[in-house]
Design a protein around this ligand. Structure first.
Ligand code: GUN
Ligand code: ZN
Length: 433
C-alpha cells in the first residue's frame, strides 16, 4: 500500500546553479505551496490551489509562517570531533596535535563511538542537514557505529574510516595493509546498503605513506560509486610540509593525482590555497571541493576563493567541518560564507547560497539524481524553516519586501532554532520542541 502525505507552506527549491541559469530560472517558489510525498519520495510540488483538489483524503500538514526547502547537504564534517568543537587558540597542525588526535583516540571503543554517532546525527537533523560526507576516526568500529545509527534513521549518508599510517600518535595509526583491509570490509558491509555510501578517507597527504596512498587509490577504483574524501591545501604550513614529504611531486594536488585519488566523487575539503593549475585539474577531472567558511576563519587558514574555483568549473559544496568548524548549522555556515566573500570584494546572493547548501552540494557529490531539490522521484528529504523562530528574525522578516530579502535574513539570523521540523525519506526525524 502506498503512503501519501502532503505538506503546505511556502516552498522554495533550486533548479540550477544561478551562475548558469537565466535570471529567475534557477529556482522555483510557491508562496502557498504543496509538497506531495509518496512512499518516501517526492511525487509533486506546486501551488496548493492547483494540487489540493486532486488529493482526495491525503492528510495535509500545514505550516503557517514557514518555508520548506530541501534538506541541507554538508559536504565535509568529522563526527568524532563533535565533543571538541570550539577548542581554543591553535592553527591547523597544532590544533590537530593538541585537540584532535587525543579526542579521536577514544573511538576504538564501540560504545563511545555509538553514543557520539547518535548525538552527532541528532545534531545534524536539528540543523536541517539530511545528508553529509563524514570522516570517522582511524578505527573501523567508528564507522560501523556511524552507519548503524544512520541506517536506523534511514538517512542518505556517506562516511569512511580514516587512513593514517604516519605522523600521528601511536594508537591512532593503521598500516597500508590493515587500512586497506578494514576499509574493504566496511565497503562490503555498508556501501550501497539502503541510502549509505562509503568514502575511502585518507586524512591528508602528511599522515599517509606513499604505500598507503597507493592502496587507497587502488581501492577507490575497485567498487562502483565509491567516494574519496580528504583535505587539500588548507593551511600554508601544511602545504610546506607536503612539499617536504613528497619532493618528487609538483604540488599538493599532484600527490593525490599521482595515486589516482582524484576524479568524480573525490571531495577535497578546503582548497583555500590552490593555484590556477590545480583548479583547472580539479575542474577537468570532475572533482569537488568543500567550502568550509567557519573552519577556515576559526583556524585562521585563509579566505576561500569561490570565484576562482568556479571559473575553472570545479564542483563546490558547502561544509561545516565540525570540529574545526564552529557550527552544525548550514544557515550559520552561509552567514560566514557571505562574510568570507565580502572580505574579497565578492557577493554571495541568497539563492546562490541556498544552491550551495542543497542542489550544489548534491551535484558536488554526484547525488543530484537523488537529492538536492523537489524534482519528482527524488528522496523526500526536506526542512521546514520557521520565519518566527526568534523575536528578532520575526521582526526583521516583517520588514522584508521580497523572498530574496527574507531568505538572506534567514541565513544571517537563523540557526538550529529556525528548523521547525526535518524529514528524511518522508519521515519526520526531528521536530523542534
Ligand atoms: N587536515 C587533516 N586533518 C584535519 C582535520 O581533522 N580537520 C581539518 N580542518 N583539517 C585537517
Ligand atoms: Zn576536515
Amino acid at each position: 500500500m502506498t503512503t501519501v502525505n502532503a505538506y503546505r507552506a511556502a516552498i522554495l527549491h533550486c533548479l540550477a546553479d544561478p551562475a548558469d541559469a537565466a535570471a529567475g530560472q534557477a529556482h522555483e517558489y510557491f508562496e502557498d505551496g504543496l509538497l506531495v510525498i509518496e512512499d518516501g519520495r517526492v511525487a509533486r510540488v506546486g501551488p496548493a490551489a492547483e494540487l489540493l483538489p486532486g488529493l482526495g483524503d491525503v492528510p495535509v500538514t500545514e505550516y503557517p509562517d514557514a518555508l520548506i526547502v530541501p534538506g541541507f547537504i554538508d559536504t565535509h564534517i568529522h563526527y568524532p570531533q563533535t565533543g571538541m568543537i570550539a577548542s581554543y587558540g591553535e592553527q591547523l597542525l597544532d590544533w590537530l596535535n593538541t585537540y584532535t588526535f587525543p579526542t579521536e583516540q577514544r573511538f576504538g571503543d564501540p560504545a563511545h563511538a555509538r553514543q557520539v554517532a547518535e548525538f552527532f546525527l541528532a545534531e545534524l537533523l536539528r540543523n536541517g542537514t539530511t545528508t553529509a560526507l563524514v570522516f570517522g576516526s582511524v578505527h573501523k568500529a567508528s564507522v560501523d557505529a556511524f552507519f548503524e545509527a544512520a541506517q536506523t534513521l534511514d538517512l542518505r549518508m556517506i562516511a569512511g574510516k580514516v587512513l593514517m599510517d604516519r605522523n600521528a600518535p601511536e594508537g591512532l595509526t593503521d598500516t597500508p595493509e590493515s587500512g586497506y583491509a578494514d576499509s574493504k570490509a566496511l565497503i562490503e558491509r555498508w556501501h550501497g546498503k539502503g541510502r549509505l555510501h562509503y568514502a575511502v578517507t585518507p586524512r591528508f597527504a602528511p599522515t599517509s605513506t606513499p604505500e598507503q596512498l597507493a592502496l587507497a587509490g587502488q581501492l577507490f577504483h575497485e567498487y562502483p560509486g565509491l567516494y574519496m574524501h580528504t583535505h587539500l591545501s588548507e593551511n600554508l604550513k601544511e602545504i610546506e610540509w607536503v612539499k617536504a614529504l613528497f619532493p618528487e611531486r609538483t604540488g599538493y594536488l599532484d600527490v593525490y593525482d599521482h595515486y589516482r585519488l582524484i576524479g568524480p566523487r573525490s571531495v577535497f575539503a578546503h582548497g583555500v590555497h590552490v593555484c590556477d593549475e590545480e583548479c583547472a585539474r580539479l575542474g577537468e577531472t570532475g572533482s569537488a571541493v568543500a567550502f568550509c567558511p567557519t573552519s577556515n576563519l576559526f583556524l585562521g587558514s585563509g579566505l576561500f576563493d569561490l570565484a576562482k574555483l568556479e571559473r575553472h568549473g570545479v564542483r563546490v559544496g558547502l561544509g561545516t567541518d565540525v570540529g574545526a568548524g564552529t557550527s552544525f548549522s548550514q544557515l550559520q555556515t552561509l552567514n560566514e560564507a557571505y562574510k568570507v566573500m565580502q572580505l574579497q570584494g565578492e557577493k554571495l546572493d541568497p539563492f546562490k547560497s541556498l544552491y550551495l547548501a542543497t542542489l550544489g552540494g548534491a551535484r558536488a557529490l554526484y547525488l543530484d539524481d537523488r537529492i538536492g531539490n523537489f524534482a519528482s522521484g527524488k528522496d523526500a528529504d526536506f526542512v521546514v524553516l520557521d520565519y518566527r523562530a526568534t523575536p528578532l528574525l520575526g521582526y526583521r522578516l516583517d520588514q522584508a519586501k521580497d523572498l530574496a530579502e527574507r531568505l538572506f535574513a534567514l541565513m544571517m539570523l537563523g540557526d538550529d532554532r529556525a528548523v521547525k521540523e526535518t524529514f528524511a525519506a518522508g519521515r519526520s526525524v526531528h521536530r523542534r520542541a
